[in-house]
Design a protein. Structure first.
Length: 256
């Protein structure tokens, strides 16, 4: 086998590796990310009506329903830039983990990598929610059944409102049954501070009307929440380790 056949792919891999491990290049992409985000904030504030539903719908679904590239180009640009920065983070983390680490410097060397992994898990969680998340506001009358998805529905059983001595509402509850594949749950009570969870689905109380016996509920599916939570915990753990190694271990190691 000719040497060029082996060396050429190795040179390409080395170039790719050097590209993603370059702090200057990744810093440049991060700077561009900030510029695009600033530009996007201007587009958003100048077109509030167009972007009004972006917080109420999973991102990729919203993008598929709103295809005005003149207004949303910056969102696609941010996604691409985040992908590049995340890839650089992966390369940096792998390189850091492959290096031999002295036991005395274990916390100092591994803490940044733990923070990197935490940030990547948070990005992955947001990616899952943006691609496979679900959110819908449903107005129900007492006794009414509304379909959430193909095999999932919800029934409103009851509505109650607590008021103060002046007649102002202080709290409210709605009695609900979750229906999945034809099977109904027992009646559950939800209130503004006590949502319900059925698997990956969360049900939140938005508002009720005792007189009309109606309730406005929000049904959400957030498959990335657990990943984002795990990433956040790792980020905190890595940050504490970094703080410990730089402000406690090093001063002690310098004493005679």
């Amino acid at each position: 086998m000719p040497a060029d056949t082996i060396l050429k792919p190795m040179k390409i891999l080395k170039t790719i590796n050097n590209f993603f491990l370059s702090l200057k290049i990744m810093s440049g992409f991060f700077f561009v990310f900030i510029l695009v985000a600033c530009a996007g904030s201007l587009f958003l504030t100048q077109n509030l009506a167009f972007f009004s539903g972006i917080d109420e719908t999973p991102l990729f679904r919203w993008l598929s329903e709103n295809k005005n590239l003149k207004l949303i180009w910056w969102i696609y640009a941010l996604i691409v830039l985040l992908g590049i920065i995340a890839t650089g983070t992966i390369f940096c983390t792998i390189e850091g983990l492959l290096k031999r680490v002295n036991r005395k410097l274990l916390v100092a060397k591994l803490s940044p990598q733990i923070m990197h992994i935490g940030a990547l898990l948070m990005l992955f969680g947001n990616l899952l929610t943006a691609s496979a998340g679900f959110k819908a506001d449903i107005l129900l009358k007492a006794g009414e059944v509304r379909t959430v998805l193909e095999d999932k529905a919800v029934r409103l059983e009851s509505v109650s409102v607590e008021t103060d001595k002046n007649g102002y509402p202080t709290n409210w509850e709605a009695g609900l049954r979750w229906i999945e594949n034809g099977s109904e749950s027992v009646e559950h009570k939800i209130s503004p501070t006590h949502p319900l969870y059925f698997g990956q689905y969360g049900i939140y109380s938005q508002a009720v009307s005792a007189g009309e016996k109606t309730a406005l509920i929000r049904v959400c599916k957030d498959p990335g929440a657990i990943w984002a939570l795990a990433g956040g915990l790792l980020l905190i753990a890595g940050g504490l380790g970094f703080f410990y190694s730089h402000f406690y271990v090093k001063p002690l190691s310098g004493r005679t």
